[in-house]
Write a protein that binds this ligand. Structure first.
Ligand code: ZN
Length: 91
């Protein structure tokens, strides 16, 4: 079974190391990612894995994101960009 590339949401690059453990009873695979001195786990069901396998077979680059919960949220764009032109009608 091909594996997705595990990206670190904090470092913005593939994680340093990861392991995967099969849980046949749960029909799932648990990925444990180790990066920047921390570890994160994510669970993929067999259905997810089938999707990943098909995508990789069709030549797509499949990425899973670890540590997403710890990633700093992107700064919100300022909603009000006041471009006051002085009310000059360009008619
Ligand atoms: Zn990292």
């Amino acid at each position: 079974m091909p594996d997705p590339i595990l990206m670190c949401a904090v470092c913005q690059r593939p994680v340093e190391r990861w392991t995967a453990t099969e849980y046949p009873a749960q029909q799932a695979r648990i990925f444990t990612a180790y990066c920047h001195g921390e570890k994160d786990t994510c669970r993929l069901t067999m259905w997810d894995m089938v999707h990943v396998r098909d995508a990789i077979r069709s030549g797509q680059r499949v990425e899973a994101v670890a540590f997403a919960k710890q990633a700093l949220p992107a700064a919100p764009l300022p909603e009000t960009r006041s471009e006051n032109t002085g009310g000059r009608g360009a008619s």
